[in-house]
Design a protein around this ligand. Structure first.
Ligand code: COA
Length: 317
């Protein structure tokens, strides 16, 4: 509900509107209220997805939530909390942890569940109250992130115009320390010392992350296009993770995606981690840009490091 602008951040840390916009393309981000948890944002997105899919919530037989800012550290999972709030009381529900790549990671799980016939209607939610793990005295990170949620229903279909064509998801744990919330897990359990050292907040080596992100996001797209015998000109919508306009621009230019076909929301929401891709997809849909059967290329990268890309035909009604 609240908008945190670059001018607001200027009052909190030593930065400027110009610096943030030039280095990241971000103008503002949304911040949830103190009363709202990640699940509340997820429920709002889920209700819209359920309505647009035209199904009854009771038809949902799997709920997965991707988040790095769950309502509770250990349990219950945010997916379970969301299920309870939606009144779906007998359903498989769990969270996944893949940072900003979470939405595409769980899309690959949904594809496998649907194609194996194990599930029929899957609710995927990428939701983050990332402001709860951001240190608003660290100018290297607090300018980047924002809260938000996006959701999708993935259902069984015989229609090739609704197919999830291919997904590539991977990780390289060697880079884990470059983007990390070090504390309040089993390694450094929550204690006064952990909190005093701010280990419960996101720590990032921005410059290193930047370079690896550009390389990985680019290579991932080259791989998935080659594997599917597609040219970038055949993609209707390039929907990259909204971390930094400069990262998106470097990848877009290298791969020859026209700017008109690239979905950009980073200026108004910042980096919303697992919610970034479904929120971008939603904005493009609400602007009337995405139509049924359009070929979307999703491309994401995040802490872990994790990364993933997907070729998806939009099957929305
Ligand atoms: N305002 C003003 N100055 C800032 C600043 C801020 N918010 N943050 C850092 N600086 C300063 C640095 O202290 C440094 O100053 P110095 O030269 O005096 O030492 C200078 O700006 C350059 O810092 P650097 O870190 O090299 O800047 P950058 O061009 O790499 O931009 C990021 C910083 C964070 C915007 C950029 O590295 C980035 O976007 N990285 C990727 C982050 C990301 O996407 N993470 C999530 C991945 S899913």
């Amino acid at each position: 509900s609240q908008i945190l602008s670059n001018s607001d951040l200027k009052k909190m840390v030593d930065t400027s509107d110009e610096w943030i916009e030039k280095r990241t393309g971000i103008k503002e981000r949304r911040i949830a209220s103190a009363e709202e948890a990640t699940s509340d944002l997820g429920v709002k997105a889920a209700l819209i997805a359920i309505e647009r899919a035209g199904i009854d919530a009771k038809e949902i037989d799997l709920i997965i939530c991707a988040t790095l800012s769950p309502d509770h550290l250990c349990m219950p999972s945010t997916a379970c909390v969301i299920a309870g709030k939606l009144g779906i009381n007998d359903v498989m529900a769990f969270d996944i942890s893949a940072a900003c790549s979470g939405f595409v990671y769980m899309l690959s799980m949904a594809k496998a569940y649907i194609e194996s016939g194990m599930k029929k209607n899957i609710l995927l939610i990428g939701a983050e109250k990332i402001s709860s793990v951001v240190d608003y005295t660290d100018r290297g990170t607090c300018i980047l992130f924002g809260d938000g949620a996006g959701a999708a229903i993935i259902g069984a279909t015989e229609d090739k115009n609704e197919a999830i064509l291919d997904i590539h998801a991977s990780a390289d744990g060697r880079y884990g320390d470059l983007l990390i919330t070090p504390g309040c897990g089993s390694k450094f359990p929550c204690s006064q010392e952990t909190l005093d050292n701010k280990l419960n907040f996101i720590k990032m080596q921005g410059n290193d992350v930047y370079k690896i992100a550009v390389k990985t996001l680019t290579n991932d797209v080259i791989d998935i296009l080659e594997k599917n015998n597609l040219e970038s000109s055949q993609i209707d919508h390039f929907i990259p993770h909204q971390a930094n306009f400069r990262i998106i621009e470097a990848v877009r230019a290298k791969l020859n995606f026209p700017i008109e076909k690239t979905v950009l929301t980073v200026a108004k929401y910042g980096n919303t981690s697992a919610a970034s891709i479904p929120m971008a997809m939603n904005d493009a849909y609400e602007e009337g840009r995405i139509k049924r059967g359009d070929l979307m290329l999703l491309d994401t990268f995040g802490g872990g490091f994790t990364w993933a890309s997907a070729l998806v035909r939009f099957g929305g009604k």
